[in-house]
Each structure stands twice: as structure tokens, then as C-alpha cells.
Ligand binder design. Structure first.
Ligand code: ATP
Ligand code: MG
Length: 144
């Protein structure tokens, strides 16, 4: 159920263990509980490699928790979190998609029809002065 005193984001016993190419396992994040209220601003702070991005990837639904679960507005997360807006630590563009289609992909994941997604994406490219580059691929664009 949404609303009320429900946490916007809740982690219940979320641990994250990565599988390594040599067959080993790397326990990156120990079982963690966290509740974020609607409108609350939370920062994860710590030294490099301590496990900040990993839980964000779990909340975004891009990495599955090894144990525990994530609830978004009280509803257990299953798959990609279509309600999350997520700015990756590193640039995350699809090299085989044009600038326009890279911008549109987030809307498409949310179920916006492709034609409308591309139309809205074109508008956003225009707002940042990239309209002339809509049909270029990432490697044909400057880094900034
Ligand atoms: N896919 C992976 N496979 C194996 N180990 C991983 C993987 N992703 C992250 N790790 C390891 O898990 C730990 C936590 O990684 P994470 O990216 O969450 O750290 P971080 O706190 O965001 O670091 P930084 O401040 O450098 O961004 C690190 O030791 C990292 O090397
Ligand atoms: Mg990180």
C-alpha cells in the first residue's frame, strides 16, 4: 500500500556478494537495513570500494540483492525499478544507440511508447543544445 508512514525506500537485510571470474565470491555489502522516508535526503559516504554504489544498484534494480529485499513505497522490488531516476557514477551510454535513442531509453523502460519517447527525448536534447547531434553515436560525440 502506498502513502501513509510507509518508507519511500526500505532495505531489509540486504547483502551483496559478487561472483568472481575465478569462481570465488566477494562479499561487498553485509546485511543492511535502511529506511528512507518520502522527501528525505540521504547520502552514503565512505572510502572508495566500501560499498556505496552497490546498494544504489540494488535499489535501482540493476543488481539483485544476495539476501534480503528492497521495498519501494512498501512494495517489494522485483526487477528494474522503473520509478528510480539514477545518475550512474560512470557514463552509461549504449554505444549502438544514437544520442536520441540513448535519451529515449529511460522513457521506453518506463513503458512510454517509442514514438512519444523519441519525441520527448528530442525536446530534451534541444534543451541542452544537442539537437544537431541527435543521430550521432556516443563515439562521435565529445566527452562533455
Ligand atoms: N561486479 C563486481 N564484481 C566483483 N566485485 C565487485 C563488483 N562490483 C563491485 N565490486 C567490489 O565491491 C566493493 C564495493 O563496490 P562499490 O562499487 O559498491 O564501491 P563504492 O563505495 O561505490 O566505491 P567508489 O567510491 O570507488 O565508487 C568493492 O570492493 C568493489 O571492488
Ligand atoms: Mg561508487
Amino acid at each position: 500500500m502506498r502513502g501513509g508512514s510507509e518508507s519511500a525506500v526500505r532495505l531489509e537485510g540486504v547483502s551483496i556478494t559478487y561472483h568472481l571470474p575465478d569462481g570465488g565470491r566477494y562479499p561487498a555489502v553485509a546485511a543492511t537495513d535502511l529506511a528512507v522516508a518520502p522527501g528525505e535526503f540521504v547520502a552514503l559516504v565512505g572510502p572508495t570500494g566500501c560499498g556505496k554504489s552497490s546498494p544504489l544498484n540494488v535499489v535501482a534494480g540493476l543488481v539483485a540483492a544476495t539476501t534480503g529485499r528492497v521495498l519501494i513505497d512498501g512494495i517489494p522490488l522485483d526487477g528494474v525499478n522503473a520509478r528510480a531516476s539514477y545518475l550512474f557514477q560512470q557514463e552509461a551510454l549504449f554505444p549502438w544507440k544514437t544520442a536520441l535513442d540513448n535519451v529515449a531509453v529511460g522513457l521506453e523502460v518506463r513503458g512510454v511508447p517509442r514514438t512519444e519517447a523519441r519525441e520527448r527525448a528530442r525536446g530534451w536534447l534541444g534543451r541542452v543544445g544537442l539537437a544537431p547531434f541527435a543521430d550521432r553515436y556516443p563515439h562521435q560525440l565529445s566527452g562533455g
